[in-house]
Design a protein around this ligand. Sequence first.
Ligand code: ATP
Length: 244
Amino acid sequence: MSIFPAPRQPRTHHTHPPTGTLNAFRHQPEGHAVLSEVSFSVRPGETVALTGPSGGGKSTCVQLALRLWDPDSGRVTLGGVDLRDLADADLRALVTAVPQRVDLLTGTIADNIALASPDAPSRRLRAAADTAGLLDSAAGLPLGLDTPVGERGTGLSGGQRARVALARALLVEPRVLVLDETLAHLDAHAEAALTAALRTHASDRITLLISHREATLRAADRVLELRAGRITVPNTGTNSTPSG
Ligand SMILES: Nc1ncnc2c1ncn2[C@@H]1O[C@H](COP(=O)(O)OP(=O)(O)OP(=O)(O)O)[C@@H](O)[C@H]1O
């Protein structure tokens, strides 16, 4: 699985990207192969949706991109660099996952977005909130970023919390944003709209998202279906040309 280019990598990685192939991954040495010969590349700016039946290996795939695990054979690369060769701190700065259940603290929505990037200028914070849809009337927050948040996020809906979590992740400016059904708390229309907004504001950020919803899959550049640990429908997005 190759994700490229990594930020601040020399341009040569664009022209000679190595192929990242995940030959096999098992959760336990004696267990069944959860992923087999999963090989795909994602280009800067692309939004790739992973879909497929339960147990197909979607979460495992994004967990490998976060290096929660290492493949048994094969490799996962970012900008041509094997994730195993990146320092943990570098990897954490490059690849950010939005958790399904985000911890919110007492304060305002702005305070909560800023948590991971306290020094970010307010204009960037506002832009992240805007992309996450928190400034839209549809977000249902008349006080916007000044909306008070109770302990552990009380007072906010699941969808609003998901948007705050997303804005917090965007403020970090990761090169790879991972959404493992994070937006499932939103209704189908809102999830698709947010996916489309993320794609519009992607610049060279890569988004890997897991979703089952048709509208969201249509909003992605490319859809990969994982069944029993294999990609069964590679490169069949509705919006894109095939990736190299
Ligand atoms: N920590 C683990 N230890 C052992 N097996 C695991 C572990 N996590 C996942 N598995 C197994 O790996 C396979 C793939 O799981 P994974 O969560 O990646 O699938 P998924 O496509 O994301 O499914 P879902 O849509 O239900 O979340 C399943 O057979 C699952 O039981």
